[in-house]
Ligand binder design. Sequence first.
Ligand SMILES: Nc1ncnc2c1ncn2[C@@H]1O[C@H](COP(=O)(O)OP(=O)(O)OP(=O)(O)O)[C@@H](O)[C@H]1O
Ligand SMILES: O=C(O)c1ccc[n+]([C@@H]2O[C@H](COP(=O)([O-])O)[C@@H](O)[C@H]2O)c1
Length: 196
Amino acid sequence: MPVQKTKICLIGGTFDPIHLGHTYIAAEAKRRCSLDKVIFLPCKQSPHKMGGSPTADAHRLAMCQLATQGFEWAEVDDFDLCSPPPSYSWRTAEHFKTLYPAAELYWLMGTDQWNSLPRWNRPDHFASLVKFIVYTRNQDKPQEYEQYQCTLLQGIHPASATAIRNHPKSASSIAWLNPAVQQYILKNKLYSADPP
Ligand SMILES: Nc1ncnc2c1ncn2[C@@H]1O[C@H](COP(=O)(O)OP(=O)(O)OP(=O)(O)O)[C@@H](O)[C@H]1O
Ligand SMILES: O=C(O)c1ccc[n+]([C@@H]2O[C@H](COP(=O)([O-])O)[C@@H](O)[C@H]2O)c1
C-alpha cells in the first residue's frame, strides 16, 4: 500500500496583527484538506507592502504564538523574519522543501493574494514547490489561471488586520482577536490601543 505523504501547509502573512480570520482559515484548511501541520510564517516585509513599516518583528511573532496556543497542529516559524527583506515566498517554500523533502507542501492564502499571484516574484518557480489552497475572502472572485491550480475553499471570515489597526478598540476588532492577542495589544500599547 502506498505510504501517505505528510501534508504540511505554510501560511505567510504580515500578521499585523494576527486575527481570528487567519486561524479560522488555517483550521478549515487543516480539516477540509486533511493537513498534518500548518506553519504560520510572519514575514519581515511583504514584497507588496514595501512602502510601510510593520509593527516590530518581536511583537508580531509573539502575537502569532499567542494566537496558535492550544492548536496542536499549528506551529509558528521565524524563517521569514530572520531572512533579508523582501519576504519572497519562493525562498520560504525552498527552505521548507529542503527541511521536509518527503512531505507534500501546501501554501494557504486568501483570494486577495491568489488574484495577485502573477505579480509575485518568480511565481512559476513558487508554484512548482507548493500546492495552493485558497480561501475566499469578501466578494473577491477567485482568478482562474491556465498555469496555476488551487483547491478553493468557500467561506467567509470578515476579519481584517487593516481594520483592527485603524480601530483597535472597536467591537468588531475585539470580536476578531484572540483574547490573549487583544490583551497583548493593550499591554504593549500597539496600534495606539491604550490599556484601560
Ligand atoms: N478574513 C480572511 N479571509 C481569508 N483570508 C484571509 C483573511 N485575512 C487574511 N487572509 C489571508 O491571510 C494571509 C495573511 O494575511 P495578512 O497578514 O496580510 O492579513 P490581512 O488581514 O490581509 O492584513 P492587511 O489588512 O494588513 O492587508 C493572506 O494570504 C490573506 O489573504
Ligand atoms: O513572493 C512574493 O513576491 C510575494 C508577494 C506578495 C506577498 N507575499 C507573501 O504573502 C504573504 C502575505 O502577504 P501580505 O502582503 O498579505 O501581508 C507574506 O508571507 C508575503 O511575504 C509574497
